[in-house]
Design a protein around this ligand. Structure first.
Ligand code: ADP
Ligand code: ADP
Length: 231
């Protein structure tokens, strides 16, 4: 399992007076599922993107398994981190299966292995492989697209999962199943998971710990759900 550490991480967009994320330090312990809750605009997505190196911190340092994230090359990042977001961003000209297979393909997996892994991932997110394998994203509902997004994030079996409101459009029953799958991945495979949600009930259900964030991602509370509910 892989620990994530943020050390005095700050992100300032352009020359805005207020940083989007201001000197945040925290440790996400290896193999734990940590949920970020906080108001819209408090910097949750910015923090996730910095962990995933889609944007660089203005200052501070992020360590993934003890290594400075800025030293990881693209293949190391692809192997280490799976990322699923609310606005899924599937490639429109690729089928569901091709979308799920992008990262394994870049990592050089052979075709048979990619195919069986894709079928396994579709099964995990509750999409019948025979029905969905060859479809295009425009032929899916919003919730189905999000489920493909989760399958894509898990495909290369990364030790770290970053999930930014990944189930917003998913129907309640499937959402419950996906929550259970995530908890299983954490408990059985020791994945380190950072999960962003606006939904406090979801945070309480999923989190080993919950980080309650205020403006500029200031950490207001960081504790177990039980301890936070007791406050
Ligand atoms: P949420 O509140 O659900 O996290 P937002 O609507 O704040 O999402 O942001 C959606 C996307 O738009 C994010 O990827 C974010 O980086 C980008 N974004 C948000 N605010 C701005 C802005 N002022 N300028 C440019 N991009 C922005
Ligand atoms: P959250 O995910 O908690 O809703 P974000 O990380 O999306 O918050 O945004 C944090 C702040 O940074 C907001 O004030 C947002 O408007 C701003 N922001 C986000 N992305 C950009 C961007 N690309 N350019 C400028 N400002 C941005």
């Amino acid at each position: 399992s892989v620990e994530i550490r943020l050390e005095e991480v700050t992100k300032r967009y352009g020359n805005r007076a207020e940083p989007a994320v201001d000197a945040v330090s925290m440790t996400i312990p290896a193999g734990e599922l940590v949920v970020f809750v906080g108001p819209s605009g408090c910097g949750k997505t910015t923090t996730m993107k910095m962990i995933n190196r889609l944007i660089e911190p203005t200052s501070g340092r992020i360590l993934i398994g003890g290594r400075d994230a800025s030293s990881l090359n693209p293949d190391e990042l692809r192997r280490s981190i799976g990322y699923a977001i609310q606005q899924v961003g599937l490639f429109p000209h690729l089928t569901v299966a091709e979308n799920i297979g992008v990262v394994p393909g870049l990592l050089g997996w052979d075709k048979a292995r990619i195919r069986s892994r894709t079928e396994e991932m579709l099964d995990l997110v509750g999409l019948e492989s025979g029905e969905f394998f060859g479809r295009y994203p425009r032929q899916l509902s919003g919730g189905q697209q999000q489920r493909v997004g989760v399958a894509r994030a898990l495909a290369a079996d990364p030790p770290v999962l970053l999930m930014d409101e990944p189930f917003g459009a998913v129907d309640p029953i499937t959402r419950g199943n996906l929550q259970d799958e995530l908890m299983r991945l954490q408990a059985e495979l020791g994945k380190t998971i950072v999960f962003v949600t606006h939904d406090f009930d979801e945070a309480v259900k999923l989190g080993d710990r919950i980080a309650v964030l205020g403006n500029q991602s200031k950490i207001l509370q960081y504790d177990t759900p039980e301890a936070i509910l007791a406050n």
